[in-house]
Design a protein around this ligand. Structure first.
Ligand code: TXA
Ligand code: MG
Length: 350
């Protein structure tokens, strides 16, 4: 199959809508990351998503709709969902709600709930309007790779596997949507994203954040969201997160870097913009500004992909407090590093 990459003109959007309605796949930009879409009510089309990505069939998909009324056809919307939608949709928020029978089991892995999201990206919105069907779409990466934030990332992973990629430029947020489970009495954040727990608390009286957001699942633990079981956002190299007081973090990163070099392995330090001068003697790359975490969210996956493309074997990465948007950033970094963390303060005391 030949993969076409087209700018989002009226013609290409009409073509994309035809492709979706005929049961095939289209990759499209959202404000978070690129999605790989199929008609959510067409079981055969939905299965094609799993095949193209190499995604395990028990990992359910998010269904994208253009407005709350369209969500109503798919799930039962309670007053909490109504308030959240009124405040944050369209935007980077996904709600897990009790599903209605029209949702094929292939979409939500046969669970009682379905994930729905109203994206704010103008291309995603126009596509949903033009095609007139709900669109099931996971991130448009090959399973296990960082989510794509440009059309080039999608092409890299899915060339020859999808007929069309709509190129809407770089995704603004850069990290996937916040996933909130509303199927239990207390709303629970299963995946942190651009809508932070504090923002949710502006609307809901109580919000919980799943423990497994910042630590691995224990063997005996049930995954609230099947996606949490899989190693996501995995760079090819071995990544270590380095925490502690800043001078010690810098010394520890440089130490790890030099050790890799002595072994003849390529290495890179991923640091906040503000700290780059400390790493002048090493190869270091900015992951964005510590003072502006949204720049880190925006860049992070592109940086991880670049490290992969260059075959960097050892990565040391600075961290930030898991607060606000920092929670989403640390969730993705922790998984990319397979939860490998070095405490620079303890190391120097030892
Ligand atoms: O920003 C986003 O959410 C992007 C764009 C394309 O919308 N989509 C995205 O989809 O990140 P995906 O499939 O890569 O991640 C969806 C996550 C997975 O971890 C999945 O397990 C979880 O949501 N999920 C989906 N439906 C669920 C359900 N019914 N119950 C529990 N978890 C669910
Ligand atoms: Mg994904």
């Amino acid at each position: 199959m030949q993969t076409r990459v087209l700018p989002p003109t009226q013609e290409s959007l009409a073509l994309a809508a035809d492709i979706l309605k005929s049961g095939s796949l289209v990759a499209f930009p959202t404000e978070t990351v690129y999605g790989l879409g199929a008609d959510a009510l067409n079981e055969h089309a939905v299965r094609a998503i799993f095949a193209a990505k190499g995604r395990p069939a028990d990992n359910p998909l998010i269904v994208h709709v253009s407005r709350p009324e369209a969500a109503q056809a798919l799930c039962r919307i309670d007053s909490r969902a109504q308030s959240l939608m009124a405040r944050f949709c369209p935007g980077p928020l996904t709600l897990l709600l009790p599903k209605k029978p029209c949702v094929p089991a292939a979409v939500n892995a046969g669970l009682p709930s379905v994930a729905v999201r109203i994206p704010s990206h103008p291309v995603a919105r126009r596509l949903l309007e033009v095609c007139g069907v709900p669109v099931a779409a996971p991130s448009a990466n090959a399973s296990g790779k960082p989510s794509p934030t440009t059309a080039a990332h999608v092409l890299h992973d899915l060339d020859g596997k999808v007929p069309l990629i709509l190129d809407g430029g770089e995704c603004q947020v850069g990290l996937e949507s916040t996933v909130v489970d509303l199927t239990s009495p207390i709303a629970t954040v299963l995946r942190p994203g651009g809508v932070t727990p504090d923002m949710l608390l502006e609307v809901l009286p109580e919000v919980r954040v799943a423990d497994s957001v910042l630590r691995p699942l224990r063997d005996d633990e049930r995954a609230l969201s099947p996606g949490m079981r899989y190693r996501h956002y995995a760079p090819g190299g071995q990544m270590t997160l380095v925490r502690g007081s800043q001078p010690r973090v810098e010394r520890a990163c440089l130490r790890l870097y030099r050790k890799a070099q002595e072994r003849g392995e390529s290495a890179c330090i991923l640091a906040f913009e503000e700290h780059l001068p400390a790493y002048a003697q090493a190869r270091a790359m900015s992951i964005g500004s510590l003072a502006q975490p949204q720049t880190v969210a925006h860049r992070l996956f592109a940086v991880l992909r670049q490290m992969d493309d260059e075959g960097v074997a050892v990565l040391c990465c600075e961290v930030l407090p898991p607060e606000g948007l920092g929670l989403a950033i640390m969730n993705r970094l922790s998984r990319a590093a397979a939860f490998r963390v070095l405490d620079a303060d303890k190391e120097e005391q030892a």
